[in-house]
Ligand binder design. Structure first.
Ligand code: BG6
Length: 496
């Protein structure tokens, strides 16, 4: 491998994300032979651990740590790359000195050439504090090496706070050293959207207002909020899923072709796309955005209690667990084409997919034989997860007399492309940051632009200008969301 030696410092290392995703992702890189020989992971947080206790928590006693085909010796070897530094707070003089001293020691032992990645996996209120503290210790710009900062979601709470956070962080780190993580961008199939569109000659001519009737993006989940009520109630589906993950997916579906497949070109096109979203004014919210909250019901996971009864959620909460919305992109490619996006907890299936519905042929000449021919949707269904792949649906003649038409599909499964496991999102994203490759991370300006689009909707909700509808857990969300489609054809695709 050709990665620079470095230390990956994870702030908030005693938390859930480090156990569930980050340490397993670093282990995957180790197994795959990607990590440089001189490497350390330094966990830092307020819990008082020794190096051994930390290794125990995130490796040996971590139910999310899957050894896979690695031997016990390999796991041990990996665990010995893990260290821990406890902090009383995240910004006291004493803490910073202790952290800096620890890094100096590791640097000397491992000869990492002062290359550091700082991963912020703490409560968001510390996202401005920690970079400032790092700067005080001179760790933001090291003399010999490089320093990069990864910032977990949520990046801001609205446009104003995102702008402020950007300013705060950019005071200490250059934009090209800031890696705002959105794990949807680490999903192979989200990246594959770009290849599908721009490596093939036949999709691109169709990918516009002349041939596309509508575009819909669904991210449905079967789980409820579980024990995350405290966090979720402050956030809601719009901030948790739409502002970040789904707008990123949208950008891949709808952006203009970049001149090159590099970070600068791709991220410029995404920014342009976000800037072309037609604002949904507060007045339009009631016609274009439906918010819902689940009540008790049965999902494939079993009985689910109502959202308002979940731990950490107030009895009178008006936080949305479902969003269905319709909007437009005001540019040449997409003028007049409706885009639909929805996401929700406690829906019937866990899936993320994009559906491009193409316009019907100009005449329905087989309709005298078959009513169906009138409603034969030509759809391209891009399954982001699970069952990653793509299906193209179109009408074929039913064998026999007359001209009866039936929808058939050509189905491609992404897993057929490789015998290896498709890398997990965090694995891919961490590797990119280690390489200094920011393409799959969100740039500051586009995060702000995405918030600018969402803000008026959140304002209208905050002021209770539109109702919040309930839906029973296990259903496809409030029925009112179906009305968004009136006059626009296809309707939500609800797979079974
Ligand atoms: C997270 C959200 O960012 O994404 C969760 O906070 C959500 O609420 C999750 O469940 C969905 O991610 P995935 O990869 O399972 O679709």
């Amino acid at each position: 491998n050709n990665l620079d030696p470095h230390v990956l410092v994870i702030f908030g290392a005693s938390g859930d994300l480090a156990q569930r995703k980050l340490v397993p992702a670093v282990f995957d890189l180790f197994r795959g032979g990607y990590l440089p020989k001189n490497f350390a992971l330094l966990g830092a947080s307020r819990t008082d651990f020794t190096d051994e206790a930390f290794r125990d928590k995130v490796v040996f006693n971590n139910e999310h740590f899957d050894q896979k085909d690695a031997t016990d010796e390999q796991v041990k070897e990996f665990s010995e790359m893990l260290f821990y530094q406890d902090l009383a707070s995240y910004d006291s003089e004493k803490d910073i000195k202790a952290l800096a001293a620890r890094l100096k020691k590791l640097d000397k032992e491992l000869k990492v050439g002062q290359n550091y990645i700082f991963y912020l996996s703490t409560p968001p209120k510390l996202y401005s504090t920690i970079p400032a503290a790092l700067a005080k210790a001179g760790l933001n710009e090291t003399k010999e090496g490089w320093a990069r900062l990864i910032v977990e979601k949520p990046f801001g709470y609205d446009e104003e706070s995102a702008v402020k956070l950007n300013r705060d962080i950019q005071t200490h780190f250059e934009e090209n050293s800031i890696y705002r993580i959105d794990h949807y961008l680490g999903k192979e199939t989200v990246q594959n959207l770009l290849v599908t569109r721009f490596a093939n000659g036949f999709f691109e001519p169709l990918w516009n207002r002349n041939y596309v009737q509508s575009v819909q993006i669904t991210a449905s989940e079967t789980v409820g909020v579980g024990s995350r009520g405290g966090y979720y109630d402050e956030s809601g589906a719009m901030r948790d899923m739409v502002q970040n993950h789904l707008l990123q997916v949208l950008a891949h579906v709808a952006m203009e072709p970049p001149i090159r497949a590099d970070a600068h070109s791709i991220r410029n096109e995404k920014l342009k796309l976000f800037q072309s979203l037609r604002p949904i004014t507060r007045k339009d919210v009631k016609n274009q955005v439906i918010r819902g909250q689940y009540t008790a019901g049965v999902t494939e996971k079993g009985k689910e209690i109502a959202y308002r009864d979940a731990p950490g959620v107030p009895d009178d909460s008006k936080t949305e667990t479902y969003v269905g919305m319709k909007f437009f992109i005001d540019n040449w490619r997409w003028a007049g084409v409706p885009f639909f996006v929805r996401t929700g907890k406690c829906l019937p299936l866990k899936l993320t997919e994009v559906v491009i519905t193409f316009k019907n042929p100009p005449q329905a000449i087989f309709s005298e034989y078959d009513d169906y021919a009138m409603s034969c949707d030509n759809q391209l269904i891009i399954r982001i997860q699970p069952d990653e792949g793509m299906a193209l649906e179109f009408g074929m003649k039913v064998p026999g007399e007359g001209f009866r038409v039936k929808n058939v599909d050509m189905d491609f499964f992404y897993r057929d492309l490789t015998k290896n496991d498709v890398p997990a999102a965090y694995t891919r994203l961490l590797l990119d940051c280690m390489k200094g490759e920011p393409t799959l991370y969100a740039r500051g300006d586009s995060v702000e632009a995405a918030w600018a689009f969402i803000d008026p909707i959140l304002e209208a909700w905050k002021n209770d200008e539109v109702p919040i509808y309930s839906y029973p857990a296990g259903s496809w969300g409030p029925l009112q969301a179906d009305a968004l489609w009136i006059g626009e054809g296809a309707g939500w695709r609800n797979p079974t």
